[in-house]
Structures are given as structure tokens and as C-alpha cells.
Design a binder for this molecule. Structure first.
Ligand code: ASP
Length: 343
């Protein structure tokens, strides 16, 4: 007999449920009602599974803040009815959505596992089955009467990663994700290896505040590259709530008057500017090279070892809370849900 644990499977779209369109071979997302037919093994798991579609299924390239907020609202609405949640999502922007969810569901203390696949579920060599079955299994795993996993994560190709540490690294391999600055949380093989010491154990209180309702399109990202036009720094940032600079190496930048002036204007406007590295691994260390001086002197916030996806999510979250400039600068370098390695 099955236990009373139940998992809600939320379908948002992505390759996992895609089929070739009628007018071309390009894959388009389709309704996903006959899940059990594709994966009858789901019925063997020791939990009951309900499924629901978030809205019209989308390629995740089209997923934006209204979808992040809809997902947040759905999970909050159902949080007492389900032991855990599995979100089926396209891989292209999965790390963005999952990072966002880690802030929007801060202190939920339940498993929320994003997964998807590189090949559609109906295809012979699909990776969807293993990803989905194991994600549901982890989402329903109990430890001492509570969920074993109490954070937002991504399960893909035998590994579970902290959502806000993950990034998509490959468009073709089944191992599409990695977490370069934080170890994997669980690895599935013959046995499930669990890195218990690395799991998040949120101590804060759950607050039913739907901050997501104010997620505006107000976070700007500037990727630095050699010979970029000064016009980018001279642009109008009056509608921005935060700017993220994707810098070189350990947080370096070209030394230019346009950058110095931009940072002066930003400080006067109370606009937080954040430094994250273009490198996959390692951390920002302003001051290590003179090439970071312009940023250090301009009061840029150290994003340390955060991913771009996570910095973007955190900036949206803090901006939506109406966080004042000085508090924003302080909160950004604190770990809210394991997104940054605080010394
Ligand atoms: N384009 C797809 C998406 O992100 C790719 C995938 O799901 O793997 O929705």
C-alpha cells in the first residue's frame, strides 16, 4: 500500500513535452495530459502524483516574470496539500526560473525540484524518464518525519544541484547542468548518495508574502567585452532598479572614464551595481588586480561566487521588496538561501 505522501507535478513546457510541428520539424511544446501513458513506472513510486499545467506550455525561452509569479502563487496555494513539488521546465532558462523560485519560496522548507529533458518524452533514447522518476522519488523522500530536501533544486542526469548554484552548460549532452561553485547535493547510482551536510536547512520563518507580484523588468545586465562602445555605459538607466556587470576573471574591467562616470551617476541615483564574473567557476575578488579598481572605487557590490542567474533572481527579489539602497548592498552579500559562499 502507498504512503499518504503526495507530489504535485507542475508542467510549464520545454523539450520534455514537445513534438514536431505540422508545418516544420521545429519542436513546439504541447499539452501533457497523458503523462502516465509515457511513464507507467511513475505508478510504482511510493507516493501519489497529481499533475497540473501552469498555463499554455511554453518553450522556456518565452518564460518571464508572469510565469515565475504564477508558479510561486500555485506552490503557495498548494503548499499544505503536497509533500513536495516537481516542476517540468525547459532547460534553456531552467536555472533562471529555479534560482528565482529559491527566493520567491524562501523558507518554504519543502522540496521543489525542477527537471526536464534534452530529448522529448516520446522518443526512444529520451532522458526524460530517469530525470522525472528520480525527481519525484527525491521530492517524496522523508527524513525524521520531515522532507529530506527543504530547498529548490534541479535534478538532471543523475545529479541534484542547488537551484541557485546551477547553470546550463551544454545544449547537446544529457549532462546539461552543472554547479561549478557548490558541490552536487545528491547523486543517483545503484544507491542514492546524499551529501547531508550540504543540504540547506532553512531556519527562517515562512512568510505568506507574495513579493513576486512586483517583479518588474527593471534589472539590467551588462556583459563586459574588449572594445565595447562607451555608449552602453552612457545609456539611460533611470528605469533600472539594479545593474549587474558580468566582468572578466576575478571581477576585472577596462579602466574607462565612461565606467567611472556611470558608477558616479548610479551612486547618486541610489542604483545598486553588482559585479559577477563571466567565469563559470571561482569568485569575484575586487582589489586583487588593479584592473578592478574602477569598480571597487565606484562602490560596486561584490557578487562573489554567485551565478548570473542567481544574481539576477536576487536583484529582482530585493527590488520587489522595495529594499533601500544601503540595505540592498548589505543584503546582497548575505546568503539568503545558499546562493553565495559567505566567508
Ligand atoms: N528550448 C527548450 C526549452 O528550454 C529546450 C529544452 O527544454 O531542453 O524550453
Amino acid at each position: 500500500m502507498k504512503t499518504t505522501k503526495s507530489v504535485l507535478l507542475i508542467y510549464t513546457g520545454g523539450t520534455i513535452g514537445m513534438l514536431a510541428g505540422q508545418s516544420s520539424d521545429a519542436l513546439i511544446p504541447v499539452e501533457f495530459n497523458d503523462l502516465d501513458q509515457h511513464i507507467p513506472e511513475l505508478s510504482l513510486l511510493d507516493c501519489t502524483i497529481d499533475h497540473i499545467a501552469l498555463n499554455r506550455p511554453k518553450d522556456s525561452s518565452n518564460i518571464e516574470s508572469p510565469d515565475w509569479m504564477a508558479l510561486q502563487r500555485l506552490i503557495i496555494e498548494k503548499k499544505d496539500a503536497y509533500f513536495g513539488f516537481v516542476v517540468l521546465h525547459g532547460t534553456d532558462t531552467m536555472s533562471y526560473a529555479a534560482s528565482m523560485a529559491s527566493f520567491l519560496l524562501l523558507n518554504l522548507k519543502k522540496p521543489v525540484i525542477f527537471t526536464g529533458s534534452q530529448l522529448p518524452i516520446g522518443t526512444l533514447r529520451t532522458d526524460a524518464k530517469e530525470n522525472l522518476i528520480t525527481a519525484v522519488e527525491i521530492a517524496s523522500t522523508e527524513h525524521n518525519g520531515a522532507p529530506l530536501l527543504q530547498e529548490v533544486a534541479i535534478y538532471f542526469e543523475y545529479k541534484l544541484y542547488r537551484a541557485n548554484r546551477s547553470t546550463k552548460i551544454n545544449a547537446h549532452h544529457f549532462q546539461a547542468f552543472d554547479s561549478p561553485n557548490y558541490p552536487w547535493l545528491m547523486r543517483s547510482g545503484v544507491h542514492m548518495e546524499i551529501q547531508n551536510d550540504l543540504l540547506l536547512r532553512p531556519s527562517g520563518e515562512w512568510k505568506d508574502v507574495v513579493v513576486g507580484q512586483d517583479l518588474e523588468q527593471s534589472i539590467y545586465v551588462i556583459t563586459l567585452y574588449p572594445n565595447m562602445p562607451d555608449a552602453i555605459f552612457n545609456a539611460d538607466f533611470s528605469a533600472a532598479k539594479a545593474v549587474i556587470l558580468e566582468t572578466f576573471g576575478s571581477g576585472n574591467s577596462m579602466q574607462r572614464a565612461s565606467i567611472r562616470d556611470f558608477l558616479k551617476r548610479a551612486a547618486a541615483q541610489g542604483l545598486p551595481v553588482i559585479n559577477v564574473s563571466q567565469c563559470l567557476g571561482g569568485a569575484v575578488e575586487m582589489g586583487r588586480y588593479a584592473a578592478s579598481n574602477v569598480l571597487l572605487e565606484g562602490g560596486v557590490i561584490n557578487g562573489y561566487d554567485m551565478t548570473l542567474e542567481s544574481a539576477l533572481a536576487k536583484a529582482h527579489y530585493l527590488a520587489a521588496l522595495g529594499t533601500p539602497y544601503e540595505v540592498f548592498k548589505k543584503s546582497f552579500v548575505d546568503s539568503l538561501c545558499g546562493e553565495i559562499s559567505v566567508k
